[in-house]
Write a protein of this length. Structure first.
Lengths: 388, 304
C-alpha cells in the first residue's frame, strides 16, 4: 500500500460519546500509526473559577465531569478546607466517602456497558445499564439528583443519611452484588468476549510507569497506584480500601479490575453505612480563605484527580488547576493501538475509560523573552479561531 | 392466462408485495425478539414499515466522485435479486417457479445483496465505506462456500438440486436431525450473510460507522434495508424448507421459520462482535472443514 490509508475517528463518530479526533493509519485492518487531537469540548472552567467566589466555584467545578462530579467537588472542598485550616466533621467525611463510592459503582457500571457496546456486545450493555439504575436511584433518593449530587459544602456535606435511606442503599447494593458476580463470571469466562479482550492492548507495568497511567488502567498492569490507599483522604483512613490488582495488563485485566473494584466499593459502602460516626455535618468556614496554595489529590473512578488551588486571601481563588485522569491515560491509547486490528481500537480507547470534556485544557507556554501575557481579548480571539 | 398468473405471482403472491410485507414482518420479529432478550422494549409492529416509508420518501443524495448510475442502480438490483429468489423457495406451499438446479440460482441470487453492498461501498470515496466494503467482501468469501455446502446436504440426500423437488422427495423428513452440522452451518451462514451480530464486523458502528452503506441515504438506503429484510424471510424459508421437513402449509411455514428466527435472535444477543479476522478464521478453520467433512460423509453414504 503506497498511500497511507487513514481512518478518522471523530470529532463526530458513533464510537465516541464526546468529541475528540483520532487518526489511525491502517494497513488493511492493522493499525500502523495513531494521532489524537483533543480540546473540542474546552469550556474554560479553570479560568472561570477566578471570577467566582469560593462557594460558587464548588458548584462550577462539580460540573467538570458528568459522571464523577462528586470527586471533583470533594477534591476542591478538601483543598480549600486545608487552606482555610478547617477540618470537616467525621460524619461529613464518611458521607463524602459513601457518595464517592456510590459514584464509583455508577461510573464503573456505566463503563462496563460502554465497553461492551464498543465490543458489539449490546446485551451486556443493556443489562449493565439497567442495573446501574439501581445505584442511580439510591443516589437520587439520597441527594435529590442523579448526577451533580451537590453533596459537598465547604467544610462538610449538605445532607445526612437516615436509617431508612441506609437500608434502601443496602438493598440496592445486595442486588447489585449478585448481578456483579454474573458480570465477573462473564468477563473472565465468556470465550467469545475473551477473544476480544485477552492479549489486546497489553501494557506492561514498566510501560504503565513510563506512560504515567493512573487508576484502574494502571492497576490492571500491576501498578499499585490508588490515592485512597497511597494518600488516604476524607474518611478513607478510617475505612481502608483494599487495592485491586491484575498483572496481565490487557483489556481483559482492565475489565476484571473494574468489576472487582465494584465488590470493594460495595463492601466499603456497607462498612461506611454500618460505622457512620455521629456528629455535625458541617464546620464553619471563613468567607475569605487565607493566602496560600495547596495540592489536593483524590481517586476518581478513572484514576488520580489532581487539584492545585492558590488563594490570594480574597473571596475568590487566584488559580485553580485541575488535571483529570483521562489526560494521564490518553497517551497510552496511542501507544497501545499500534499493531492491533482496527476493530480493537475503540475497545482500547474505551479501555482507559476516557472522559474528553473533563480533560480539555488550554495551555499557553509563556514566552520567557518577552514575558508577555495573554489578554482577555487575545484569549477570546484564540477561542474563536481554534474552533472555527 | 398463464401470463396473467405469472404477473400475479411476480407482483403479488408469492413474489413482490407479499414477500416485502413478509420481510418487514420478519424484520420486526427479529428486532423485537432481540430487544426483549436484551431487556429492551423493542419497536412497535409497524416500525419497519414506517422506517421504509420514511426512507423511501426522502431525498437520495449522490455523493461527489462516484458513479451515479451505480449508486442509484445497485439498491434496485439488490432488491430485485432478493425478490426473485423468493419465487424459487416454497412460500406457504410449493414454490411459484422451479427448474432443475434452482437451488444454486437461489443461493446466487441471495448472494447479490452482499455483492451489491460491497460494490456500493467501493463506489465511494468514503473511507468507512471502503473499509466496510473490504470487510463485506472478505466475509462473502469466508461463509459462502460452507453455506452453499450446507444447503447442498439435503439436496444430495434427496438426489435433486431443485428446491421443490427436494422437499417432495424427502417427504417431510427432518434433515436437521440426520445432518445437524449442516443445519447449524446453514443457519449461522445465513446470519453471516445478513451481517447480523456477532458477524456484523462489516457494519460495526463503533469502528466504521455504517460500513459500506455509510454514504447511502433516503431511497437507496431504504431499498437496501428492504432487500435485507426480504433476504431474511427468504433465507429462513430456504433453511426451513431444506432442513425442517419442507413447507407444506402456511402454518408450517410460520411455525418453522418463527422457530428458526427465535434461535437466530438468541444467537444474536448472546455474543460480542467477532473481529473480521476471527470470523474468517472461524469459517475456514471450522465452518468449511465441518461442511466438507459432512459432505464427504454424505457422498460415501450415498455411494454405498
Amino acid at each position: 500500500m503506497p498511500e497511507r490509508f487513514v481512518i478518522p475517528i471523530g470529532p463526530q463518530h458513533p464510537a465516541l460519546k464526546e468529541p475528540g479526533h483520532f487518526e489511525f493509519t491502517v494497513d488493511g485492518e492493522t493499525v500502523t500509526g495513531a494521532s489524537a487531537r483533543l480540546g473540542y469540548a474546552h469550556r474554560g472552567i479553570e479560568k472561570a473559577t477566578e471570577a467566582r467566589t469560593w462557594v460558587q466555584d464548588l458548584y462550577l467545578l462539580e460540573r467538570i465531569c458528568g459522571i464523577c462530579s462528586h470527586v471533583h467537588a470533594t477534591a476542591y472542598a478538601l483543598g480549600v478546607e486545608r487552606l482555610a485550616g478547617v477540618t470537616a466533621p467525621p460524619r461529613a467525611q464518611a458521607i463524602r466517602v459513601l457518595v464517592g463510592e456510590m459514584e464509583r459503582v455508577h461510573s464503573h457500571l456505566l463503563w462496563l456497558g460502554v465497553a461492551a457496546h464498543e465490543a458489539g456486545f449490546e446485551t451486556l450493555f443493556m443489562y449493565s445499564w439497567r442495573d446501574r439504575e439501581t445505584i442511580m436511584d439510591s443516589l437520587e433518593a439520597l441527594t435529590g439528583n442523579r448526577v451533580n449530587y451537590s453533596a459537598n459544602l465547604l467544610g462538610g456535606v449538605k445532607f445526612d443519611v437516615d436509617t431508612g435511606q441506609a437500608d434502601a442503599i443496602r438493598r440496592g447494593i445486595d442486588f447489585l452484588e449478585s448481578r456483579t458476580r454474573i458480570y465477573l463470571d462473564l468477563v473472565t469466562t465468556d470465550e467469545v468476549f475473551l477473544r476480544r479482550t485477552r492479549g489486546i492492548g497489553v501494557m506492561t507495568a514498566a510501560q504503565a510507569e513510563t506512560l504515567g497511567v493512573v487508576g484502574p488502567t494502571a492497576r490492571a498492569s500491576g501498578v499499585a497506584r490508588d490515592i485512597r490507599v497511597d494518600a488516604a483522604y476524607a474518611a478513607y483512613p478510617d475505612f481502608p480500601v483494599g487495592i485491586t490488582l491484575e498483572q496481565t495488563g490487557d483489556l481483559a485485566a482492565r475489565f476484571v479490575v473494574r468489576v472487582k473494584e465494584l465488590f470493594e466499593s460495595y463492601r466499603l459502602i456497607r462498612t461506611v453505612l454500618d460505622g457512620l460516626p455521629a456528629g455535625d455535618l458541617v464546620a464553619k468556614m471563613p468567607r475569605h480563605v487565607p493566602e496560600g496554595e495547596t495540592i489536593s489529590r483524590v481517586e476518581a473512578p478513572r484514576g488520580e484527580l489532581f487539584y492545585f488551588i492558590r488563594s490570594g486571601g480574597r473571596s475568590r481563588p487566584d488559580r485553580v488547576k485541575v488535571r483529570t485522569p483521562t489526560l494521564c491515560n490518553m497517551a497510552s491509547v496511542l501507544t497501545l493501538t499500534i499493531g492491533h486490528q482496527l476493530a480493537d481500537v475503540p475497545m482500547i480507547l474505551v479501555g482507559v475509560d476516557p472522559c474528553f470534556s473533563c480533560n480539555d485544557r488550554t495551555v499557553v507556554i509563556r514566552d520567557a523573552a518577552t514575558g508577555q501575557r495573554w489578554t482577555w481579548a487575545r484569549l477570546r480571539q484564540h477561542g474563536i479561531e481554534a474552533y472555527r | 392466462m398463464s401470463t396473467m398468473l405469472g404477473a400475479v405471482a411476480l407482483a403479488m403472491f408469492p413474489g413482490g408485495l407479499f414477500v416485502i410485507a413478509m420481510g418487514l414482518a420478519y424484520e420486526w420479529a427479529d428486532r423485537k425478539l432481540v430487544a426483549r432478550l436484551q431487556n429492551r422494549l423493542g419497536p412497535r409492529w409497524f416500525q419497519p414499515v414506517a422506517d421504509t416509508v420514511k426512507l423511501l420518501s426522502k431525498e437520495e443524495i449522490v455523493p461527489d466522485g462516484v458513479d451515479a448510475r451505480l449508486v442509484l442502480g445497485l439498491p434496485v438490483i439488490v432488491l430485485a435479486g432478493a425478490l426473485t429468489a423468493a419465487l424459487y423457495v416454497p412460500m406457504a406451499g410449493p414454490p411459484a417457479l422451479s427448474f432443475p438446479g434452482d437451488l444454486i440460482v437461489t443461493v446466487t441470487l441471495l448472494g447479490l445483496l452482499t455483492i451489491g453492498t460491497g460494490l456500493a461501498g467501493t463506489n465511494t470515496l468514503n473511507r468507512f465505506s471502503l473499509q466496510g466494503a473490504t470487510r463485506t467482501l472478505t466475509l462473502l468469501f469466508s461463509y459462502e462456500a460452507p453455506f452453499l455446502l450446507a444447503l447442498l446436504g439435503p439436496a444430495v440426500v434427496a438426489g435433486s438440486w431443485e428446491i421443490g423437488e427436494i422437499a417432495t422427495r424427502l417427504g417431510g423428513r427432518w434433515v436437521a436431525i440426520s445432518q445437524p452440522v449442516g443445519f447449524a452451518l446453514a443457519l449461522v451462514g445465513l446470519m453471516g450473510k445478513l451481517e447480523l451480530p456477532p458477524f456484523d464486523a462489516p457494519e460495526a458502528e463503533t469502528e466504521i460507522v455504517a460500513g459500506a452503506l455509510t454514504e447511502y441515504s433516503g431511497r437507496g438506503l431504504g431499498l437496501f434495508r428492504l432487500a435485507k429484510s426480504v433476504e431474511l424471510a427468504v433465507g429462513l424459508t430456504l433453511v426451513a424448507a431444506l432442513y425442517l421437513g419442507g413447507i407444506g402449509s402456511p402454518v408450517a411455514h410460520l411455525v418453522k421459520t418463527g422457530g428458526l428466527l427465535l434461535v437466530m435472535a438468541t444467537l444474536q444477543s448472546l455474543f460480542a462482535r467477532l473481529r473480521i479476522d476471527q470470523v474468517v478464521g472461524a469459517w475456514w478453520r471450522y465452518g468449511a472443514v465441518l461442511a466438507l467433512g459432512q459432505w464427504l460423509l454424505l457422498i460415501a453414504w450415498a455411494r454405498v
